[in-house]
Design a protein around this ligand. Structure first.
Ligand code: KIV
Length: 272
């Protein structure tokens, strides 16, 4: 296996499959707006996910359920304008694909047409296979999402690690193989045991991107607000914080308040 990194000018679904074949790990982060997408893209990320986690981190909802298709399209179109190299994957929000395959296709088409995103992501396996097929038949690339699927939080009742029991693990393996067979180009595995995630990644040819799924998968994804430390209250074991932006921003803003109050800002050089 060659370890030489290929220089991908633009990331496509095929690039990700090539990366897996060549043993190159895939980097993925969320973004929800133009400025953040531009920074993330220029830092060299492979995939930008316009996640429905926007419902939590952008809109302040407790779950991902309330965000609408129109809101996802707004976020995604802003991200697309900021991304030059990365592949932009957009979450189909809760309620936009579960009722029937035709509705799922209509929602996916709206995302592709109105946002300019490059692919869609859906949560679930066997239960939504007809919807996935319908979307794929229209030529729209699909990323799967198994394990902890936050759109089903009220069914699970908790955000704890999934598939620790054998029965759930077996269903997960079956679902992952089904998604590969249907033609999904990639798959997210969220919050499952690392051993199981590695076993799945090794048993299918499409790239498996993990979040809380250990190091034996083909790539990693994190929510940008979490990895930049913008939210001090969310500290799951799988999260690595690369900055403490919450503290950095708070102290910068406090300093600004102080400077305005004390008439230090603006000074002579900062005015016309
Ligand atoms: O919405 C999201 O941010 C996601 C990631 C956690 C994978 O689906």
């Amino acid at each position: 296996m060659s370890t030489a990194k290929k220089d991908y000018k633009k990331i496509t679904t095929k690039s990700l499959i090539d990366m897996k074949a060549q043993g190159e790990k895939i980097s993925m982060l969320t973004a929800y707006d133009y400025t953040m997408a531009k920074i993330v893209d220029s830092a060299g990320i492979d995939v930008i996910l316009v996640g429905d986690s926007a419902s939590n981190v952008m809109a302040g909802h407790e779950t991902t359920l309330p965000i609408t298709l129109d809101q996802m399209i707004y976020h995604a179109s802003s991200v697309v304008r900021g991304a030059n190299r990365a592949l932009v994957v957009v979450d189909l929000p809760f309620g936009s694909y579960q009722s029937d395959p035709k509705e799922a296709l209509r929602s996916a088409i709206r995302i592709m047409k109105e946002s300019g995103g490059h692919a869609v992501k859906l949560e679930g396996g066997k239960e939504i296979k007809d919807s996935i097929k319908k979307i794929l038949n229209a030529g729209i690339p699909v990323m799967g999402h198994l394990g902890l699927t936050p759109q089903s939080i009220y069914k699970f009742g908790t955000y704890t690690v999934r598939a620790k029991e054998e029965q759930e693990a077996l269903k997960l393996i079956e679902d992952a193989k089904l998604l590969e067979k249907l033609g999904c180009f990639s798959l997210v595995l969220e919050k499952i045991p690392a051993k199981l995630a590695q076993q799945i990644a090794e048993s299918i040819s499409i790239p498996v991107i993990g979040i809380g799924a250990g190091s034996g998968v083909d790539g990693q994804v994190l929510v940008i607000h979490d990895m930049l430390g913008m939210n001090n209250e969310f500290s799951p074991r799988f999260l690595r914080r690369y900055m403490n932006l919450y503290e950095g921003m708070t102290s910068a803003i406090s300093q600004y308040v102080e400077d305005v109050k004390s008439k230090d800002f603006p000074n002579e050089k900062e005015q016309y």
